[in-house]
Design a protein around this ligand. Sequence first.
Ligand SMILES: Nc1ncnc2c1ncn2[C@@H]1O[C@H](COP(=O)(O)OP(=O)(O)OP(=O)(O)O)[C@@H](O)[C@H]1O
Ligand SMILES: [Mg+2]
Length: 330
Amino acid sequence: MKIIELQNVFVRYLQPYKLALREINLSIEEGEFVLLVGRTGSGKSTLINTINGVIPNIISADVRGRISVFGNDPRKMPVYRLSLDVGTVYQVPESQIFALVVEDDVAFGLENRGMPPEEMRERVREALELAGLWHKRAHPTFLLSGGEKQRLAIAAILALRPKVLILDEPTSMLDAVGTAEVFSLLRKLNEERGVTIIMAEHKVEKVLGFVDRVVAIDNGTIAIDDEPHRAVAKGLSKFGVEEPQIATLHRMVKPEDGYFPITVEEFLEVDRDLKIDVEDGGPRPSGEPAVVGQLRILQIPGQRGPYPQRRRHRDTEQLGGERRGAQRLG
Ligand SMILES: Nc1ncnc2c1ncn2[C@@H]1O[C@H](COP(=O)(O)OP(=O)(O)OP(=O)(O)O)[C@@H](O)[C@H]1O
Ligand SMILES: [Mg+2]
C-alpha cells in the first residue's frame, strides 16, 4: 500500500531564494526501507522536511505539487499532528535528548501528549528494549556513547509509534561502532517490525544489503530510483557516494552488467568462475607484463545461488526477473 506520494513537487526556499527540489515524483510503500543519497546540497534534507511538514510549516518555502502522507497534505496539517505518523531523527543526537535520565527522555514525548501512566510505562519499556537500552534506563543521558544517544533518540520516537521513521544522516556524528549499532537497530525495526524507513545516509556500504530501494538526488531532482543492485550498477559515485568495493571490482570485470553484487557473498556467487589476472605494474626488461598471481573465485560450499532471497514485499514476478538477471551474470 502506498503511504507517501509526491507528484511533480517543486520546493523553493525564499530566503535566500533557492529552487531546491524540482519535479519530484516519488511514492513509498508501507514496509519499505528507502535509502536517500546525494551530494551535499543536493536536496536530501529538503525532501525529508517536505515529507514531515517541517517545510513549509517551520522552515518557510514555496512548495508546489501534490503531496500525500497517509492521505494528508503536510502543508495543511500542524507539524505536531503529522509527527504522530511520521517520526524524524536528525543528525545530532544531543539536540534530540531533553531529559537527564534515559527513561525520562523516552517518556517526555508521551507525557507531552497526555498519555495515561500505565500505557506510558509500557511504551517506554518496549521502546528501550527494542533499542537495546533497557538495562541503561536509569543512566544519565549525558554518559551515553554517541551510538547509545542516537539509539535513545530513535527509542523516544518509536515510543510514539509512528507509521514511518525518517532519519536524516543519523550516523554522521558517530564512530564505526555507533554507526553499526544504529544500522542494526534500523534493520531489525524494518525486517522484524515492518517499520517503514526513509533514511538519508552517506555511509551506504553497510546498508545497501538490507534496504529495498535507493533514491539518488542530484541537484534537486531524482536521478536514480531503483532496487539496490541495479542502483549500484547505474553508478552511485557520481552522486558523491562511495560504492561497495566489491561492486567496483565487479565493474572492472563486467562493466556492462545491469545488476551488481553488493556484498562479498553475492560477489562470490555471481562471479564464482571469474579469473582475475593480477599484473605487476612495472614493465619487465623483456617488455611483456608479468603475471604475478591469478585469483580464481570458486563457489563457497553450501551456498546456493544466485542471490540470497529478497524480501517479503517483492512480488513474485519481480523476484523472478531478478533471478533471471542474476543467472545471466553467473
Ligand atoms: N533554509 C534554507 N534557505 C535557503 N536555502 C536552503 C535552505 N536550506 C537548504 N538550502 C539550500 O537548498 C539546497 C538543498 O539543501 P539540503 O539541505 O536539502 O541538501 P542535503 O542534500 O541535505 O545536503 P547535506 O548532505 O549537506 O545535508 C542547498 O543548495 C542548500 O544550500
Ligand atoms: Mg542534509
